[in-house]
Design a binder for this molecule. Structure first.
Ligand code: GLU
Length: 473
């Protein structure tokens, strides 16, 4: 069997959800591991929920993160088009085929009738289900349809027990009398999700449908449809949804859910993929850090667990920090340059990296840590007013340092603190705030070496002037 997997995002959000990347990874790995193909199909049949620009962004993000599809709306492929809104004739043809086979029927019931029927069923505590009025009058309804009446096409749900095997969840049994006569083709000529997904998964020769567990209730309907067409039923695997650390469903209210939000704050794509690969699956050797290539080699659907995986952005940042520390110097240098943009001196960036590398959890941590190197602080985290004498002392001592190195600066400052009988912690706090504006910064002596004598003196003197205030000058 040729393994062909797919993800089928609907552009109903502004980007790809991190949960979809996690399922996408499994699809990608399963296809690649088995020498097959990974496909991206855009399911845009619910026109009322489409977010403008969503599809473009989704495809860009999937590209940016490195989940390269063998077939997609962007790269095309033998089963094009890969966007459902361009396949309407295909769905119509297959819906009509089901009518011809007696497995589906026309329905012209107006929404008001369906509404009142549903309300009544709810009031009677019955399962909401279409009552088949149109099915029982099919000859008459057909005439109305031929005369141009607005209509849908519904599946005639057969009476049976549906049994299927989910590769992650085992055997699942559903009685078809719990299922409605699903609408397949809507009055606007668009298919519903159920018809679109089954027709496309068949025509695109998808061998394994690996998707989120929220689609599990739809699977029995899909099986009935595959059977109605007389098509081979693909393998199914339903993956558990990601949860917040408090076990609630991952939602934008607690943490960012869009993949690009993580990339934009400087999470490396390799780290994000690595972290997401661990959602519901673990490396057979218990490893936490591994490449996409390695994941593809060792991933197996049978190892995916049903327990809800916890997506913890704090753990993701930790992992990203590990990736940053392991990057080759030149690569990290380039990534930081690319991330912060062209307004900063490249030679200086290069020199700052050894000072901050250990502290970076994400690329966006760089500027808050290092901006003082590029711009003298405009504000100070501590009121410098009480330290004007000390600042003057520091300035006088620093002017005498001739060989301006981290070590000599450190020694001169240590000696001064001793001479003034000040605690090192307080002394260096004042010096640090005068130079960087902040109480916490990269190593101070090294930063001062990097800034140079002239700039350090200028900063100390300016801080002194600011501490004295204009009236006392
Ligand atoms: N269009 C569905 C979605 O937005 C895909 C469901 C499936 O994979 O079958 O996630």
């Amino acid at each position: 069997m040729i393994v062909r997997t797919r993800i089928a995002p609907s552009p109903t959000g502004k980007d790809v959800h991190v949960g979809s990347i996690s399922t996408g990874l499994m699809n990608y790995a399963w296809a690649k591991k088995n020498g097959g193909q990974f496909i991206i199909r855009i399911e845009d049949t619910d026109q009322s929920r489409i977010v403008p620009g969503g599809e473009k962004k989704m495809l860009e993000t999937l590209d940016a993160i490195g989940l390269k599809a063998d077939e997609s709306p962007k790269v095309g492929g033998p089963f094009a088009p890969y966007r459902q809104s361009e396949r309407l004739d295909i769905y119509k043809k297959y819906a009509l085929e089901l009518i011809a086979k007696g497995k589906a029927y026309y329905c012209t019931c107006p929404p008001e009738r369906l509404d009142s029927m549903r309300k009544q069923q709810q009031a009677e505590k019955k399962m909401p289900k279409y009552d088949r009025q149109c099915f029982h009058n099919q000859a008459e309804i057909k005439k109305q349809v031929e005369a141009g009446a607005s209509h849908v096409i519904r599946l005639l749900m057969p009476e049976k027990e549906i049994v299927f095997h989910d590769l992650i969840r085992g055997t699942i049994t559903v009685q078809s009398n719990t299922l409605d006569d699903q609408v397949l083709l809507k009055s606007d000529g668009f298919p519903t999700y159920h018809l679109g997904v089954v027709v496309d998964d068949h025509l695109m020769e998808i061998s394994h449908i690996i998707r989120g567990e929220e689609w599990l209730p739809s699977t029995p309907k899909h099986i009935i449809l595959f059977e109605a067409f007389g098509w081979k039923i693909p393998e199914f695997a339903h993956v558990s949804l990601l949860r917040n650390p408090d076990k609630s469903k991952l939602s934008k209210r607690k943490n960012p859910v869009w993949t690009s939000e993580y990339l934009e704050k400087g999470i490396l794509k390799e780290a994000l993929l690595n972290y997401l690969a661990l959602m519901g699956w673990s490396h057979p050797d218990g490893k936490e850090i591994f490449s996409l290539e390695e994941y593809v080699k060792v991933f197996d659907l049978k190892d995916v667990q049903t327990t809800a995986p916890v997506f913890d952005p704090v753990k993701l940042e930790w992992m990203n920090g590990e990736y940053i520390r392991n990057l080759k110097f030149e690569i990290l240098n380039l990534k930081i340059q690319e991330y912060i943009g062209g307004d900063y001196d490249k030679k200086i960036i290069e020199k700052t990296i050894p000072l901050v590398r250990e502290r970076l959890k994400k690329l966006s941590d760089y500027l808050p840590l290092c901006s003082f190197i590029f711009h003298a602080p405009a504000t100070f985290e501590v009121d410098m007013g009480t330290y004007k004498d000390l600042l003057k002392n520091i300035s006088d001592t620093l002017s005498t340092v001739s060989d301006w190195k981290a070590l000599t600066v450190g020694e001169a400052m240590g000696d001064l603190a001793k001479k003034l009988e000040m605690k090192n912690s307080e002394f260096f706090m004042v010096l640090r705030v005068a130079i960087t504006g902040k109480k916490i910064s990269p190593p101070l002596n090294e930063s001062m070496e990097l800034l140079g004598k002239e700039e350090c003196l200028r900063r100390i003197n300016n801080t002194f002037l600011a501490s004295v205030g204009p009236s006392q000058l």
